[in-house]
Design a protein around this ligand. Structure first.
Ligand code: APR
Length: 276
């Protein structure tokens, strides 16, 4: 039997892992807010912090959306012309596969211990890992979205020679579903995130620096309503002080351990009793 405060890994104690797992099992509605950190172990670079793209190359221009809206045809022409030039981010995204953390979150959902994921990532890795209840607040790189009716389509099916590509339903202009700098978050995604922030009594903060809004606001809204926050991140964030439990480690290491503790506790208490 290991001593309670024996370290589960350099960044957190068994006690802290236990507290995090008990918080998940005791909760009625668990939501996760996920950021780029969860996909670092899949080879997708983060934006900030060590090895972050913005840390290395500086923040990109903030007027991408205005440029697109000013001339969608020119934007698509340039995008298709640059298709072969792969940026560091695109290279990472192209080769990425779900890692142990993505699979652990899909497992938590299957166990009935996680009700919804709000992801800031555009990489589609949660879906590939088998997660279902997902809101992609910054869109999905494999989809197109209509600027008129907000319908979304698989990129592969709709990218034809016609530029700008048009919505089969309403004829509106299609853009990448990914939310550009300067672009408002699509209303349906925003409403889904707000609903989660009002429903949840336990929010997992997985691999996000929690500095980009409106995403970073949802944990604060939930916390103000009494929800307990659990942070999984090797580094401190502006939300760390609000957290009921903090597991300082890479998500690929922490999440499977958290799932195992939750599984044992849930089994001991006879399954997800109070979960909605
Ligand atoms: N496991 C867990 N967390 C990690 C790991 C890891 N293996 N590696 C790094 N992290 C943490 C970092 O400590 C940092 O706090 O992940 C966080 C990544 O922060 P950002 O790069 O700022 O990513 P994110 O919070 O998702 O950024 C939000 O900003 O640039 C925009 O649209 C972009 O969606 C993105 C948004």
């Amino acid at each position: 039997m290991t001593a309670a405060n024996e370290s589960a890994s350099p960044g957190y104690s068994l006690e802290e892992l236990e507290r995090a797992a008990r918080t998940v099992v005791a909760a009625k509605h668990v939501t996760a807010l996920v950021g780029a950190g969860i996909s670092v172990e899949s080879g997708v670079p983060p934006f900030r912090g060590p090895g972050g793209l913005w840390t290395k190359y500086g923040e990109p221009a903030m007027d991408g959306y205005q440029k697109f809206m000013a001339d969608p045809r020119a934007w698509w022409a340039e995008r298709l012309a640059r298709q072969s030039e792969e940026s560091e981010l695109m290279k990472g995204l192209e080769q990425a596969r779900p890692n142990a953390a993505h699979h652990a979150m899909a497992e938590l959902e299957k166990m009935g211990q996680l009700q919804h994921i709000i992801t800031q990532n555009i990489d589609n890795l949660h879906q590939e890992a088998g997660s279902v209840a997902i809101t992609e607040i910054h869109g999905n790189r494999l989809k197109l979205r209509c600027m008129s009716c907000n319908a979304r389509y698989p990129l592969a099916e709709l990218l034809t020679d016609e530029i700008p590509p048009r919505c089969p339903q309403c004829g509106g202009i299609l853009k990448s579903d990914t939310v550009m700098f300067g672009e408002p978050i699509p209303q349906d995604a925003l409403e889904s995130c707000r609903a989660q922030a009002l429903l949840t009594d336990c929010m997992l903060l997985v691999g996000t620096s929690a500095v980009v809004y409106p995403a970073a606001d949802f944990p604060v809204v939930a916390h103000r309503r009494g929800a307990l926050l659990v942070e999984i991140n090797p580094m401190e964030t502006p939300l760390s002080d609000l957290c009921h439990a903090v597991l300082r480690g890479p998500a690929g290491d922490v999440m499977p351990k958290l799932v195992e503790r939750v599984r044992k506790l849930a089994a001991a208490s006879g399954g997800p009793p109070g979960k909605e």
